[in-house]
Design a protein around this ligand. Sequence first.
Ligand code: CAA
Length: 259
Amino acid sequence: MTEQYVNLLVSHRERVGIIQLNRPEALNALNSELMDELVRALQDFDADAHIGCIVMTGNEKAFAAGADIKQMANAGVVEMMSSPFIGHWDTLQNISKPIVAAVSGYCLGGGCELAMACDIIVAAENAQFGQPEINLGIIPGAGGTQRLTRAVGKSVAMDMILTGRRLSAQEALQFGLVARVFPTASYLEESIALAAEIANKAPLALRMAKESINRAFESSLAEGILFERRAFNLLFATEDQKEGMAAFIQKRKPSWKGR
Ligand code: CAA
């Protein structure tokens, strides 16, 4: 990857693309420059056939402490409405490869909304999840009222958003916001190992699985099942389906082609 970033550290390990938010002096507060770069980095990995899964992470102290309050403090409604800034969270929906949010430390406001826009959240034991916007006289504006409610249910979402209460990693696990909790010392390695496991699966099946699961939030059950059935049937047109089933029968490991 040749592209230069100011607010990110971007690397890859075999088939795992790694994007580290890198404004440690501001607890990775998400400003427009960082979000522009983040979208670019995600799109680059999405277009790169050598990458199978993406890890988004911060540092041990903060995944991200929210949208940059200093950048937003003097904005008016017209500026907020005409700025592409908040729309950047929605662009994550257009990334076809799985994104693992590896969260350590503060994961607040727009940071929590960014993690929720990823596909799987895994947390270090020291992670804290919260939507503290109410304490600034605003509400979550990058999907928090919708995605948090779908993730943890109405009562816990109301509690968090109306009071600003933070969840520990264990609470987030209990409520279904995160999939796994890792020791803080090894969370990034464990998250990359999880992403590597995913990255080595059949690429087209991964894509169809991600699209089908996301469809569960956008449609009725009957429409979602129809979408799933079409995706399932479509995979029988791929070489990888033939290879996966032949490998099972021949008791060997499959070799995926992404075709
Ligand atoms: N925006 C801008 N700067 C931030 C920031 C944010 N969201 N969060 C932290 N910082 C900056 C601080 O201003 C501070 O900078 P200076 O050294 O220049 O003063 C630096 O990061 C370190 O922060 P603290 O000194 O506050 O660190 P702490 O350990 O005492 O506290 C904290 C940590 C509890 C996370 C606290 O920083 C905090 O409450 N941050 C704001 C959290 C928040 O309200 N997030 C929601 C933002 S609004 C939003 O996200 C809207 C949306 O839905 C899109």
